[in-house]
Design a protein around this ligand. Structure first.
Ligand code: HEM
Ligand code: HEM
Length: 224
């Protein structure tokens, strides 16, 4: 009996994208936890003040993870240029294509339990793309810009942080405004992560293809 072999697996996410994804997720976890404590510090530690450096360690972890996030995103941008075409999906959305919006609406209905299973996507589905561009990429760029603007206050006038991001605080008004927006940005990212992890696991169970394992092995496999 001769029958055509159906495609079982497609290589989607190359190793640099996968490594970046998990390192980036870890950095954001550290940034959100330490950032929360920078905004709402713990009560004073008992004992001699000189024996404690708790807030110092928290801020150090925040800044280290902040550098990791920024350098990681630069590396990820580089990979968008040299990697496969799925590596570029994070950085733009085909907003001028009618079909894109139609398919996005189809995905909204699917996630809202209001339609049958939609088509199969090899890369990101249209809704995932929308969320990843607007709620992850642009928002993390905003966090990096405001974060380094705050960092420039400590690094002082003339530092590279000040020369690159010194315009941000005057734009917002004053330092506290940037703190508040940077803080609000955290809750935006935390919301993205909650929905993102929910969607990834839900799609793994209910969708037509592998999802979480795709971000580990790089391969998309299909159930039917
Ligand atoms: C701070 C936490 C996280 C952030 C900021 C984040 C962000 C992202 C981003 C930006 C992408 C797009 C990747 C690209 O195109 O380069 C992505 C994809 C993906 N993430 Fe996450 N992620 C996080 C945590 C997680 C966790 C915990 C899981 C597993 C449950 C997960 C599963 C996935 C999967 C499966 C994809 C690929 C989705 C697809 O095939 O369309 N992520 N994530
Ligand atoms: C996912 C990304 C990030 C999150 C969720 C985050 C979260 C936060 C939060 C919640 C605060 C406290 C704001 C307040 O209420 O005053 C904060 C402060 C701060 N963040 Fe971030 N941040 C992120 C990225 C960055 C980056 C990339 C940098 C750059 C190095 C940075 C540098 C700072 C600085 C300098 C402060 C002020 C520290 C202080 O006043 O002691 N952040 N961050």
């Amino acid at each position: 009996m001769s029958s055509a072999q159906s495609i079982k697996s497609v290589y989607v996410f190359e190793a640099p994208v996968r490594i970046w994804h998990w390192v980036n997720a870890a950095a954001i976890l550290v940034l959100a936890v330490t950032g929360y404590f920078i905004g709402s510090p713990l009560p004073t530690q008992p004992g001699e003040a000189s024996a404690n450096f708790l807030m110092g360690y928290i801020r150090f972890a925040h800044f280290s993870a902040g550098y990791l996030l920024a350098v990681g995103l630069l590396g990820r941008l580089y990979w968008a240029l040299v990697g496969n075409h799925h590596a570029r999906e994070l950085f733009w959305v085909p907003i001028f294509q009618r079909a894109y919006w139609r398919e996005l609406w189809g995905m909204v209905k699917w996630y809202g339990f209001a339609s049958e299973r939609p088509g199969r996507y090899v890369g990101h589905n249209p809704l995932a793309r929308f969320a990843m561009f607007f709620c992850f990429f642009l928002l993390s760029l905003f966090m990096i810009i405001t974060g380094f603007a705050l960092y420039a206050e400590g690094a002082q006038a003339g530092s590279w942080q000040d020369r690159l991001f010194g315009w941000v605080i005057p734009l917002f008004g004053q330092s506290q405004d940037v703190h508040t927006w940077h803080h609000l940005g955290m809750w935006g990212l935390v919301s993205f992560v909650i929905i993102h992890v929910y969607a990834a696991i839900r799609e793994d169970i209910m969708g037509r293809s592998s999802v979480v394992s795709t971000m580990i092995s790089g391969h998309r496999t299909f159930k039917d």
